[in-house]
Design a protein around this ligand. Structure first.
Ligand code: AHR
Length: 334
């Protein structure tokens, strides 16, 4: 079959026009899908979240809160567990940048060393929200806000309770301290707050202080060493419930009665910690709430919509004595 020159030209023009119309159509579709800059094309807000790990009951409750709230908000959540390693968090954040998520949120395992990766997110125009723990970056424009507890206050409340409890003590009161992860904001700040609260009382003395990495196993192992090295321990200040719970095993194995022979102060107020407090094994807990999910999703929406948000949002929390723990336990959510 022969084709005339005019017919061929018409066909070519038609083919070129169709191709360019198709290309315009695809581009339009692409724009609407990526109107939320997220790279998945789902049309949902895409949130990249880098979690510290799964080191404690607090962390599990926090992860559940984030996942449930993201699902309820209709977001696409890209969740990464850094297994308590900063290099894993940096890698996860870089992946989120590459995937062009809409917002990045993370709970930094340690305070220092974030400037470079935060600058990369800023250059890629991806807003960052810090949750639970903050960073020590001098440039506050590297992140939009920090939502979480006042860790110095938690340490201070713990120390103030001890000062009150020991106010009629005549001899020295020997304290051992189980610190959280070295270099993390809660470990640095709780130590600082506690030391400040007891500073004016020379009979209250921290005789040993070491990290238990916020885990039960760490708390148990370090408490065993403390007990071997120090014949007289009056008080244990543990930076979280889990280390306190691990220490209980070491104390009992050493033939001492927790809550009586050794006064135990912890931080968090998760269910297992509250149970130990209600059972008389712990003596005082300063609360640190892990339920940050709903507030975080609200902030993500606002940041995505270009709204201005406060640069610091402090979680509201209280303290618990043994009696208060008994009353609160039946309705405790985590
Ligand atoms: O950053 C919050 C702390 O991290 C919690 O107190 C602790 O339990 C967790 O691992």
């Amino acid at each position: 079959m022969h084709t005339t020159g005019t017919a061929m030209t018409r066909r070519r023009i038609f083919a070129v026009l169709s191709a360019s119309l198709l290309a315009t159509g695809l581009a339009a579709c692409g724009n609407s899908d990526t109107g939320d800059k997220g790279g998945t094309g789902s049309g949902k807000i895409v949130l990249g979240f880098s979690q510290v790990g799964a080191e404690s009951g607090w962390r599990t409750a926090n992860t559940n809160s984030i996942k449930e709230a993201a699902a309820a908000a209709g977001f696409e959540l890209k969740f990464d567990d850094a297994q308590q390693k900063q290099e894993n968090q940096i890698k996860a954040i870089r992946n989120f940048i590459q995937q062009k998520v809409d917002v990045i949120a993370f709970s930094p395992v340690v305070e220092s060393g974030w400037d470079t990766v935060l600058k990369e997110a800023k250059d890629a125009k991806i807003p960052v929200i810090l949750t639970d723990r903050s960073v020590d970056s001098a440039d506050k424009t590297l992140y939009k806000t920090f939502i979480g507890s006042d860790f110095v206050k938690e340490g201070k409340l713990s120390g103030e309770w001890l000062v009150e409890k020991t106010k009629s003590a005549t001899g020295p009161v020997n304290i051992v301290e189980l610190q959280g992860t070295t270099g993390s904001a809660p470990a640095n700040d709780r130590k600082k707050g506690f030391a400040a609260a007891i500073a004016a009382n020379p009979n209250l003395k921290v005789i040993a202080s070491q990290t238990g990495d916020f885990t039960r196993a760490g708390g148990k192992a370090v408490m065993e060493q403390f007990l071997k090295a120090n014949p007289k321990i009056d008080v244990l200040f543990a930076h979280n419930d889990d280390m306190g719970l691990g220490a209980l095993e070491a104390i009992t194995a050493a033939g001492k009665v927790p809550g009586k022979d050794i006064t135990i102060i912890t931080i968090d107020a998760v269910k297992d910690g509250m149970q130990a407090l209600a059972d008389g094994k712990f003596n005082f807990i300063a609360e640190c709430s892990p339920l940050l999910g709903p507030q975080l999703m609200d902030l993500v929406k606002k940041v995505k919509a270009g709204e201005t948000i406060p640069t610091r949002i402090e979680t509201q929390e209280g303290t618990f004595t043994q009696e208060q723990a008994k009353a609160a336990l039946p309705t405790r959510k985590y």
